[in-house]
Design a protein around this ligand. Structure first.
Ligand SMILES: NC(=O)C1=CN([C@@H]2O[C@H](COP(=O)(O)OP(=O)(O)OC[C@H]3O[C@@H](n4cnc5c(N)ncnc54)[C@H](O)[C@@H]3O)[C@@H](O)[C@H]2O)C=CC1
Ligand SMILES: NCC(=O)COP(=O)(O)O
Length: 346
């Protein structure tokens, strides 16, 4: 990381992190319990869970203590996993999602988001939810990212969904839409807004002084002088040119097939990609077990493990907790960086 403000690391956050447990039939409860059990060994910050007691108790036989407020988590954490319970009366069947489970996941997300927004918790970590199950109960956001943004009063065009691993950070411009819709939906304004949100996010959350941002093309060979598509010259290049003079360096459009190898990655702090898989395939290929999904542009810190509900392995005991641990550690790191940054700006 370039230009890290590592000179004045503040004392550890005195507030716990809130973890929304996600879909009760998925791996959220299991990986949360595992990082609780390994918190000391992994030097993780204190946290509390928000969600289904049934799911947590089914996933883990260790101590769980229901708490009434986030502050209690600091006292409880040393002897039990602190939990703010969300109503969920059905028996949990891992791997078999239900509408009641989806309602519990949504209530947990809503409640945890509210606690962080109120200042009672330092950051929000969200365990995976099933988008199709949420949609079946009337959830009309593409994902948790847009839901949290709405609850924070931020327009979806001003946020960025960053997938971050130790050696690569990527942001897709379009997110959860059909690939067939991407060329129709992409606009110059959308690209400039995502680049700005990314640059500001790198400065505020990671302490990068002057971010370097690489922008991908959409088409093979970045269009090859319009031979293989015109979006690069008509939509992407104007966005890059419009950002000249801003406090970051931005370049492209680059052919997406040659911008992720190690020497190319050394030239930028984050890559802006045109669609979901263009951004997520390189990050998950390099960092599946430690990748973090971080929402930039919010007044709060929100992270999530990069993986989904993993219904195929939920309840079997072998879900890896590493990405959840990375999400918690990054949330804590970003909360500290923001505190420093905001103090310097004041
Ligand atoms: N942040 C979120 O809430 C996300 C939610 N999803 C949701 O998850 C559901 C399933 O999505 P998939 O595409 O199947 O992706 P997935 O990440 O759940 O599973 C893909 C593969 O990775 C494995 N895997 C995932 N997490 C693992 C872990 N912690 N340890 C070991 N192996 C693990 C799974 O067993 C599976 O073989 C969908 O409903 C989707 O909407 C997907 C991505 C992110
Ligand atoms: N593929 C990433 C993803 O699904 C993240 O979704 P969400 O965090 O917005 O729910």
């Amino acid at each position: 990381m370039r230009g890290n403000r590592d000179t004045k690391i503040p004392p550890r956050m005195s507030l716990p992190v809130a973890i929304a447990l996600g879909d009760p039939a998925g791996v959220g409860a299991e990986i949360t319990a595992k990082i609780y059990a390994e918190a000391e060994a992994r030097a993780l910050p204190r946290f509390f869970a928000v969600g289904s007691r049934n799911a947590l108790a089914a996933a883990w036989k260790g101590p769980i203590e229901t708490i009434g407020s986030p502050q209690d988590a600091l006292r409880v954490f040393d002897h039990a996993l602190p939990l703010i319970e969300v109503e969920h009366s059905e028996d949990v069947r891992f791997g078999e999602p239900s509408l009641e489970g989806a309602r519990c996941a949504l209530d947990s997300l809503e409640f945890a988001t509210g606690l962080v927004r109120s200042g009672a918790a330092s950051a929000l970590v969200t365990a995976p939810v099933s988008k199709s199950q949420l949609h079946a109960i009337g959830f009309n956001h593409p994902g948790q990212t847009e839901f949290v943004a709405e609850r924070c009063g931020v327009a979806p065009e001003n946020i960025a969904m960053m997938l971050a691993g130790p050696n690569l950070k990527c942001v897709p411009v379009t997110m959860h839409i059909s690939l067939a819709d991407v060329p129709r939906v992409l606009t110059t304004d959308m690209i400039t807004a995502r680049i700005r949100a990314t640059a500001r996010g790198l400065i505020r959350n990671f302490g990068v002084v002057r971010p370097r941002i690489a922008v991908s093309g959409l088409n093979p060979h970045a269009g090859e002088s319009k031979l293989m598509g015109t979006e690069e010259e008509d939509i992407i290049l104007p966005a890059i040119e419009a950002l000249a003079g801003e406090p970051f360096d931005v370049f492209g459009p680059l052919p997406a097939d040659t911008m992720f190898h190690p020497r190319a990655r050394a030239g930028y702090d984050a890559a802006i990609c045109m669609y979901h898989d263009q951004a997520l395939i390189p990050v998950k290929t390099l960092h599946f077990d430690e990748g973090v999904n971080l929402t930039l542009g919010l007044p709060i810190v929100r992270t999530s493990p990069d993986h989904g509900t993993a219904f195929d392995i939920a309840g079997k005991g072998f879900a890896r907790p590493d990405a959840m641990a990375a999400a918690l550690a990054l949330a804590d790191f970003c909360a500290e960086q923001r505190m420093l940054y905001d103090r310097e700006e004041a």
